[in-house]
Write a protein that binds this ligand. Sequence first.
Ligand code: FAQ
Length: 315
Amino acid sequence: MEQNSLAFKQKLQAFEARIARGEKIEPGDWMPEEYRSQLIRMISQHAHSEIVGMLPEGAWITRAPNLRRKMVLLSKVQDEAGHGQYLYHAAETLGATREEMLDALLSGKAKYASVFNYPALTWADNAVIGWLVDGAAIKNQTMLAQCSFGPYSRAMVRICAEEGFHMKQGKEMCIRYSQGTARQREMLQDAINRWWWPTLMMFGLPDEKSTNSEVLLRWGVKTKSNDELRQEFVDEMVPEIQALDIVLPDPDLYFDEDSGNWIYGAIDWDEFWRVVRGNGPCNKERLAARRAAHENGLWVREAVAAYAARQKGTQ
Ligand code: FAQ
């Protein structure tokens, strides 16, 4: 439909009125192409993040310090796979195919959260990923649970329930290690030093640099800006981390009495872009692991296709 036509303008007006009334847009409903393409971009990147996000912690399943920790980590990593599934399905309702999305990931074209291109070097990294990385993910996803697109918002409600548990198990570990041996405290401090800044980058570019925010906010996909969410996260986390006598790796951090906010130092956006463009510490390793998993899963895809074909009576 021609974007300048009266018919388009009327449809757009009705679509925006529905969003303003708080109605959910469903897959079969009329929507502007830009709404569809923005959602496919964002939901598929989100799905890739969940799947690639299994790798840093997944590497520790065989090295968990005891059975209880192993069971928790195993189920957390499995949950992330489930989140990827919900999200790929949500993107499929908009017309994206699973093959296209996976091709984009495996060929290195698609983006996914830069934080997962950093290594988990010690067991304490699992604690910090749970507390900080899942904590940041929940902050963003609690907002997305209110988003205007029905399938994404419903997927977020389920995902947030599980992420809440992920964050709590990470926080519980951080509290215990902060009260543990000198070596445990040292490992915790070191892990916080390495994950703090990549976690702050998860909220996306600063508002004035964010290319996608304007349209996402206009159409109710986001209801808060990247910087608003980042600030809320910092305000919640700083006192909790400091309560453990752990020092944040930000010499410029201070509490501003007037605004009631913790003001953080400059985020290194050059590092962010280096990592997003493929040159982070683990980008190549992460993609190699996903490609190997895809190749090893070929027999499953073939079996499913053969079964589906037989059910249709074409074989
Ligand atoms: N990493 O204009 P903006 C999780 C890209 S799930 C890489 O600010 P937008 C669970 C962005 O794509 C974590 N790229 O973008 C878990 C865009 O490029 P494009 C994932 C990034 O969309 C926990 C360009 O920069 N969550 O952690 C990043 O308005 C533990 C311009 O940026 C989601 O995906 C980044 N951090 O805001 C699993 C939530 N930030 O596409 C395992 C859904 C920006 O134009 C263990 N997504 N870029 O070429 C969102 O809420 C938004 O897409 C943002 C970015 C906030 C991520």
